[in-house]
Design a protein around this ligand. Structure first.
Ligand code: ADP
Ligand code: ASP
Ligand code: MG
Length: 407
């Protein structure tokens, strides 16, 4: 007997038939004697619909109230899933985040899970119930509803698996595993049988939204056995996230990630003197705006141009902080924003022991006439910022150049 957490995403619960299908699958596992906790997302499109509704009332929705609204999507699907299980004669009980004991901090719309009191769930499992938990939501210390950021049901699933010391966490979605890149952009993408935790973390942080990054962090921290599978296929082993050290068969590159969510800010004509980076980025950090890539170039006249990227949603805020508080102070010539950029990254632990990956990447992009605006590297990834309109082309040609296609 094993304890398994199964998380089903939006498309897997998008109508009553699909919910019945989940119930059937849960029934099969239950019949094998396993204890099952199901985590569900809202029906696909529902979270977006709720956010749009909020925006009709308030252009920049109040975060606390927004969480009260968007968390309702998951409350609908837990009830439906529990009822679908009952219809099959399976004892089932649904839990909201609060009922499941999911305590978070108070950072509405992007809360972090602090603790899970799983006593009630354990008691129900021992009594033979399938427990169905709402993904994406929790409560803070005051008992106010919080949500975990887009895609947060993955994190609920993995965090619950960690808290319950589950044998496995299965993430069921609309693709049958982790691919070398998003199969919607490159149809030739290949499913990976396994991917190391480090690579998955890098893929997720560079924009592969198949798993929310925090879910991967949880899996790493608590060594949760994590597998991504299709909810539409009866069989298939999906992709296992492994914690093994590199092995000889490890490919050099495991995948290509991309991200359209960043925007670029350039501060032009800054005097080249100590303290400038701090004077520019200090106020940005004080406003809780995350900065990703940073470059600085010195021009012949002794001034420098300072460029960095932030999330698109925070571009306006970053620009106004710089114009109001920084520009005059450091006598910068101009401050410009550009949200028509995209970041493309090649990821693989194998590149540690291989030289020439960066030059192959740059050559491939050059051959297509794609200009690289920014570069950043780590031991296991190389990222470039390009014009948004060339993003898909860049992903496709890199996928081919690194021979990642299906054989
Ligand atoms: P769910 O609603 O089940 O959480 P998501 O839409 O959040 O599903 O995640 C699944 C989607 O992630 C896929 O449909 C696919 O388009 C996208 N995706 C992006 N990168 C990858 C990748 N490397 N491998 C597989 N899917 C990917
Ligand atoms: N329903 C939430 C979202 O759309 C959480 C999730 O699906 O994981 O972001
Ligand atoms: Mg998702």
């Amino acid at each position: 007997m094993a304890l398994i957490v199964q998380k089903y995403g939006g498309t897997s619960v998008s109508n009553p038939d699909r919910i019945r299908n989940i119930a059937r699958r849960v029934g099969l596992y239950k019949a094998q004697g396993h204890q099952i906790v199901v985590v569900v997302s809202a029906m696909s499109g529902e979270t977006n619909r709720l956010i749009s509704l909020a925006k009709e009332i308030m252009e920049e929705p109040d975060p606390r109230e927004l969480d009260v609204m968007v968390s309702t999507g998951e409350q609908v699907t837990i009830g439906m899933t529990a009822m679908a299980l009952m219809q099959l004669g399976i004892k089932a009980k649904s839990y909201t985040g609060r009922q499941a004991g999911i305590l978070t901090n108070a950072a509405y719309t992007k809360a972090r899970i602090l603790d899970i009191d799983s006593a009630r769930i354990h008691a129900d499992l021992d009594a033979g119930y399938v427990v169905v938990v709402a993904g994406f939501q929790g409560v803070d210390e005051k008992g106010d509803i919080t949500t975990l950021g887009r895609g947060g049901s993955d994190t609920t699933g993995v965090a619950l698996a960690a808290a319950l010391k589950a044998d496995e966490c299965q993430i069921y979605t609309d693709v049958d595993g982790i691919y070398t890149t998003d199969p919607r952009v490159v149809p030739e993408a290949r499913r990976l049988k396994s991917i190391t935790f480090e690579e998955m973390l890098e893929m997720a942080s560079q924009g592969s939204k198949v798993l929310q990054i925090r879910s991967v962090e949880f899996a790493g921290k608590y060594k949760v056995k994590l597998r991504v599978l299709s909810s539409f296929e009866e069989e298939g082993e999906g992709t296992l996230i492994t914690f093994e050290e590199e092995n000889m068969e490890q490919p050099i590159i495991s995948g290509i990630a991309f991200n359209r969510d960043e925007a670029k800010v350039t501060v032009l004509g800054v005097p080249d003197r100590p303290g400038i980076a701090y004077q520019i980025l200090g106020p940005i950090a004080d406003a809780n705006i995350d900065v990703d890539m940073i470059i600085q170039n010195v021009s012949a006249d002794g001034t420098t141009d300072f460029t960095f990227t932030v999330h698109k949603n925070e571009l306006g805020k970053a620009l106004s902080i710089l114009k109001d508080k920084v520009q005059g102070h450091i006598s910068a010539r101009e401050i410009v924003g550009d949200d028509k950029i995209a970041k493309v990254s090649v990821v693989g632990v194998g590149m540690r022991s291989h030289v020439g990956i960066a030059s192959q990447m740059f050559r491939t992009l050059a051959e297509e006439g794609i200009n690289i605006q920014m570069i950043s590297t780590s031991e296991i990834k190389i990222s470039v910022v390009v014009d948004e309109k060339y993003m898909e082309l860049a992903v496709r040609v890199l996928h081919k150049a690194f021979e990642l296609e299906e054989e």
